[in-house]
Write a protein that binds this ligand. Structure first.
Ligand code: F6P
Length: 326
């Protein structure tokens, strides 16, 4: 067991609902195990700028129900340089940090892996991103909340779409992965779902829209993942309008609304489990790993694998989507 006296906690990259619950869990497990927790503000930037503060159990009171991250988050260009990481390490050492809990996505884990390799600072990652695109965990913190936010929004769009016989293209987040689009598309009853993992041509989409019309549908919702490579929702909309002049085509980009809001119960529990697991991993002397859940169990994955591998889309879900929209 590693002798840990002080552990730093930071959130980095895009924020996700449930990050606060993960910070709370990491801070409180430090206290539970007699370790001093140190908050690092604005991700790696805070380590470079020496923006650190010792926490106590009450410092993280009343945040479990709040979206965002009270520590703030950033994508730090300076930390991507060896000099930036050396500066960050010097500050970590001066503050007496024996390890870091890094809550974020693949960019954040790349930083953790590098500072550990170059300077020997033990790091454990906690997957926090709405995209659910991190290998080594079935679910990332924030994903479940984002799914619910999107479904609620599309339900509202459906009300107006049916009232006007309109076709809506709804763009959802997911820079490189279609998990949000595929699952919300099914849950909200979308007629078509476009994801980067199963690229559909514009012609195929047109055929589907024409078939929907022939099947008697008077309005349609197409969920388009941000990572889809058909040229973006606005270009798609104009192509559809050119081919179907009778259709009234509208575009809604849900954007950052998907990143905010109160975390769901599921995300709060996941964040609490993983925040505790991260500190326990450091205590056990594990580092260079990410904690995640696979088949309901907490597991560890080397950061290198978490960054380089990808969770595959469940092809059976695509079939389900096709069947339920005949
Ligand atoms: O990685 C999470 C994510 O929400 C992506 O889905 C999206 O492409 C990106 O972050 C947006 O990042 P930013 O808030 O920096 O524009």
């Amino acid at each position: 067991m590693a002798e840990l006296k002080k552990v730093g906690v930071l959130t980095s990259g895009g924020d996700a609902p449930g990050m606060n619950a993960a910070i709370r869990a990491a801070v409180r497990s430090c206290i539970f195990y007699g370790i001093e927790p140190v908050a690092i503000r604005e991700g790696y930037k805070g380590l470079i700028d020496n923006d650190l503060e010792v926490m106590n159990a009450r410092s993280v009171a009343n945040i479990i129900n709040q979206g965002g991250t009270f520590l703030k988050s950033a994508r730090c260009a300076e930390f991507r340089t060896p000099e930036g990481r050396a500066k960050a390490f010097a500050n970590a050492k001066a503050a007496g940090l024996d390890g870091l809990v890094v809550i974020g996505g693949d960019g954040s884990f790349t930083g953790a892996m590098l500072i550990e390799k170059e300077h020997g600072l033990p790091c454990v990652g906690v997957p926090g991103t709405i995209d659910n695109d991190i290998f080594g965990t079935d679910f990332t913190i924030g994903y479940d909340t984002a799914l619910n936010t999107v479904v609620e929004a599309i339900d509202k769009i459906r009300d107006t779409a049916t009232s006007h016989n309109r076709l809506f293209l709804v763009e959802v987040m997911g820079r490189d992965a279609g998990f949000i689009a595929l699952n919300t598309g099914i849950a909200a009853g979308a007629e078509q779902i476009l994801i980067p993992e199963e690229q559909k041509s514009v012609n195929e989409l047109m055929d589907d829209i024409a078939n929907s019309g022939r099947a008697g549908k008077t309005s349609s919702i197409v969920v388009v993942s941000e990572g889809d490579k058909s040229g973006g929702v606005f270009e798609l909309a104009s192509k559809i309008e050119d081919s179907f002049p009778d259709y009234d085509v509208k575009v809604t980009v849900l954007g950052h609304t998907q990143r905010g809001g109160k975390p769901s119960c599921s995300d709060r529990v996941l964040a609490s489990r993983l925040g505790v697991a991260a500190v326990e991993a450091l205590r056990e002397g594990d580092s260079g790993v990410m904690v995640g859940v696979r088949n309901q169990q907490v597991v560890q994955t080397p950061l290198e694998e978490a960054i380089s591998k990808h969770n595959a889309i469940d092809k059976a879900l695509l079939k389900v989507a096709e069947i339920v929209t005949v």
